[in-house]
Design a protein around this ligand. Sequence first.
Ligand code: SF4
Length: 200
Amino acid sequence: MSRSTSGGSTPLVMVSDIVQYFYCPRKVYYLKTLGVPFKVKKKMELGKDEDDMEEERLGERKTIYGIQRSLVNEIIHNIYLEDESLGLAGQVDTLLHLNGNEYIPVDSKYTEEAFVQRQYRKQLLAYSILIDKTFRCRVRRGIIYFIKQKAAECLEITELQKKALIKDVESIRRIIAGESIPRKSAESKCEYCEVRKFCV
Ligand code: SF4
């Protein structure tokens, strides 16, 4: 059975939905179930430009996102991955293929605060699951790269965390299917939320 991103039989969950869900579950409901338009912030566009420049600079670096260059076999940018059985899809910013057939997803963030938020970790887990399925491997670590601070944070990825993420994906799918209106998150998040004018 085919999956759909727009209200077909079984909704496809995008990795970006997971990030929004862990920011605020209700945000997923507005963006995906009700289709409230999402306006890309200037800061996000700036981050994309900086990230593109960093990709170009990688050729001159002695280390690749903190990994010794000699260990890196291949650097793959902007790879779209989808797994039909899980109903999950997303585009990985950068995928490192190391000697010994290890794969490491890298996600770049453009933010003032260089600390790993829960949604960043969940995003890496989702990519890891997709990489495992696509390349028949087992991802054991992922990297968050803070563009502004030029800092790479390497995170351990476990099989238990991946299992928990698959349950989260099911919860998100129920929200997208419109089975329930999810709870709000802490009010402090509303100030920075792109859908707050629609949110009651
Ligand atoms: S305005 Fe607040 S409660 Fe509403 S979706 Fe945004 S973060 Fe969630």
